[in-house]
Design a protein around this ligand. Sequence first.
Ligand code: ACO
Length: 336
Amino acid sequence: MSKTGSRILGAGSALPKRVLTNAELAAQIDTSDEWIVERTGIRQRHIAGEGETTSTLATEAALAALDDAGLKPEDIGLIIVATATPDNTFPATATKVQHALGCNGGVAFDVAAVCSGFLYAMTTADSLLTTGTAKRALVIGAETFSRILDWEDRTTCVLFGDGAGAIVLEAPDASNPAGSASAENSAANGGPGVIASRLHADGANHDLLYVDGGPSTTQTVGHLRMKGREVFRHAVVNLANVLGEVIEDAGISADDIDWVVPHQANARILDATARKLGISADKVIVTVDKHANTSAASVPLAFDVARRDGRIKPGDLVMFEAMGGGFTWGASLVRM
Ligand code: ACO
């Protein structure tokens, strides 16, 4: 849990040019647009082409977020990239993004928590900003899951897409070195910033959602494997629990939340989780129809869409939440 108040100054996102529709998939494997839409809500996904990698998408999203915040790369002292599909096994994709932006010298590393990666990265950045590691951070979720899919496995390949989303986070006292005004205008007192965050992991469920390769086991990249029905069951329970924890930590009720920005895995998980919490479906940002599941990129991508189309506004109370392989899951409540 944290009550630290790092503020979101801007957001940006990037999607590969190529759009792959359900109808195109149905021409290649034994599936149909009807099955995919009914079971998942997905209608299309973006797929990275030649020259598009996790780091190029992350850099494009980061530049858009910096532009949105009115900042330059040199204003950034910390870059965290949440990804399960790095450009290389090492070094961290974050260091490639840092170099591409031209702000070398600060802190840069990756976080591997799969679909919850953005929540893990944002909470880590919030902690590091609060303890003075940097004044401003780029927190990026970026993925090219198309490159770890088994395109002959219809139970998984229809579900995922590629993309990146980024936010700029600022330490609570960054614009006010003396710190005198920050207490009066802190997130806990109704000002903008992170109010409460919770993260969890349970390694017992590794085999329900994993990649069947890796440098230390098979010396290959491997392919994504998932027991979808069981993942679905765990997702609804874990997400409802962690949302309840953050609501309690923040001392609010579910009705106080203006927007939920969830991990976009499946429209039915979004509906079931909202129902369990008694949150109206109108308050849930949904982009799974256009982007499919972009793993760590899905939360910041959805956030950027809803900010740019004017739904999420300054002063709004926004709940971010995600669950992914590991299992890992988490939620974070932020005043805009
Ligand atoms: N097209 C047509 N039929 C299909 C397809 C497909 N693409 N995929 C599976 N089927 C068939 C199955 O073979 C099965 O056929 P059978 O009854 O003859 O055996 C039938 O459809 C039903 O399969 P189920 O797996 O039981 O279908 P379900 O209703 O559970 O939907 C789905 C599957 C969409 C994967 C669902 O379980 C789900 O969304 N689970 C959660 C997955 C998820 O959210 N993962 C991400 C969370 S973590 C992360 O993001 C990395």
